[in-house]
Design a protein around this ligand. Sequence first.
Ligand code: HAM
Length: 444
Amino acid sequence: MPKKTLTKKSSPKKNKVKRQKRVLFQSPKGMRDILPIDQPWWEKIRKASQDVADSYGFLRIDTPILEEAEIFERGVGEGTDIVEKQMFIVRTKGKDRLALRPEGTAGIMRSYFQNGLSRLSQPLKLFYIGPMFRYEKPQSGRYRQLHQVGFEVLGGMEDPVYDAQVVMATLRLVESMKIKNLVVKINSIGCGKCRNVFRRNLQSYYRRQKGICKDCQKRLSVNPLRLLDCKNEKCQEIKLGSPSIMDYLCQPCRGHFRSVLEYLDETGINYMPDPYLVRGLDYYNKTVFEIFSEGNENALAGGGRYDYLAEMLGAKKGSLSAVGSSLGIERLVEAMKDQGIDGLNLPKAKIFLVQIGKPAKKKGFNLVEEFRRSGMKISESLGKESLNAQLKVADKEKVSIALILGQREVFEETIIIRDMKTGIQETVPIAKATEEVKKKLKNN
Ligand code: HAM
């Protein structure tokens, strides 16, 4: 939304003197810039994601940010908040109805079938990092452009070992950020059969209750499982007396869940079974889980099994089982900052070039290129002329060596190497500058 001041011309009103108001553009509501100052945290997460993916054998995939809206309507579900309230829809000139992806899983499933990825060795483990879009009421931890890291295991024959492995990979990534007080909540929401029986019982229980909130009145018919997810105080009270999914799981679902927990027990991680955990997307069956940092109601990550998604997107029934998870990068960054955890600081330049006068600037311009080509990080302030101004920058950057190039040095084809700690200076031939500096840095 444009605000007053700079850059954009506002349209002149009729019968008024043409006046150009200046307006300053703002990023769209709920969408933020990731500024250089925040990049160390983002970079730490990006790097750790790649490391975790490599160590578990997940291969990177990037799918388009726009997908046919129907993919999410069918996969994530018509009655979900994401599809009903939060999708950014784009109409193309060719009348295609596309959506800015609100999540990554459905697009990956589309890609799997479109590109015949079943030809690759199965299960296929895929991972991604990228922006997602949800039209939410912006607030802390809830943005309209959010970024996720995701892990998906496709074609694993419904083996519970993969549910456990996805939980582990997700947890490892959060743990590798050194975020403390983590809670893994896990549940099973059963299969099409046992969930239907549970759903009916849940509906009949809620129909007998008085005082459920407006949203829940709607959920009661559209998406009853989401009744368990309501944050309204009264609804939370009502939830405590509701039937538990655990009493409705059929034998195979019960066995599957038990196996997942047994695998997790082997690793000794702490988890908390939570019969009220249902998740906000329709494609799940059996295992669902979320990871929290204690005391924070926004999940850092969430995921689960989605054996029906392939069919929901038009594939043959039972043709592909899958399980996966995604982590919210913004929420990870916020948790790290809250807990005083540093980002990834890239190595800083230890060398600074000071140039005085035009010929030195010209020579210096190429000299920094030579340093960079030889793999040494060098800093400069080529746009500044005064010696003092340049030394100030060098000081601020806390370099250990300043290279000084003046008129005389250019004439004599030399350069001064100044040790910034001791103040000792040495003049060497400019042709040997990289070599000499390398030696000095080694000895420092
Ligand atoms: P989700 O629970 O909707 O699951 O989102 C995963 C994570 O994304 C959340 O735990 C949270 O950290 C972050 N997140 C979600 N919405 C926002 C928001 N508005 N602002 C900031 N962060 C947010 C999925 O998206 C599934 N695709 C996960 C999955 C993958 N299931 C199977 N495979």
